[in-house]
Design a protein around this ligand. Structure first.
Ligand SMILES: [Ca+2]
Length: 149
């Protein structure tokens, strides 16, 4: 239900215009993660729209070792970032960075849940970054930033 609502939001003309080059890849999101490798620097980060799950991949040996995503906090409020790696054997790392490059937190892997990493913080209006990388091998991952005013 939620997913289809988000899909229809994409149908606005502006969103279509912006998303046009990505439409083909986006259609395959469910089965086949994006393999973006153009977002290896903070300055070339790809948007991760708030309250929407993105799926991507990081691969140490095939030119996609590091991903940067950004999300925009619209006003002061509670931000929750959730990241799930398919392959923890790739020693994946993830951190949240603010607009001036300060690391807010590493999202450590909790003992209690083998795969889910999450972080909640009081967000200020502005841009934040999710920095994802692997130390070996490759892994798909999903990530979402949720916002509560
Ligand atoms: Ca990638």
């Amino acid at each position: 239900m939620l997913r289809s609502a988000r899909r229809s939001a994409l149908a606005s003309p502006l969103a279509l215009l912006l998303a046009a080059p990505l439409t083909f890849a986006a259609c395959q999101l469910e089965d086949d993660p994006e393999r973006n490798s153009e977002d290896s620097e903070r300055t070339t980060a790809i948007e991760m729209p708030m309250d929407r799950v993105i799926i991507d991949n990081v691969d140490f040996y095939n030119g996609d070792r590091t991903d940067w995503k950004y999300f925009i906090v619209p006003s002061e409020g509670l931000v929750k970032v959730v990241v799930n790696f398919d392959n923890e054997n790739a020693s994946p790392e993830v951190e949240v960075v603010n607009s001036v490059g300060q690391v807010l937190s590493n999202l450590e892997l909790p003992e209690s849940n083998q795969f889910l990493r999450q972080l909640s913080f009081n967000g200020q209006p502005g841009t934040y970054y999710l920095h994802v990388w692997v130390e070996e091998g490759e892994t798909d991952y999903s990530a979402e930033a949720q916002f509560q005013p």
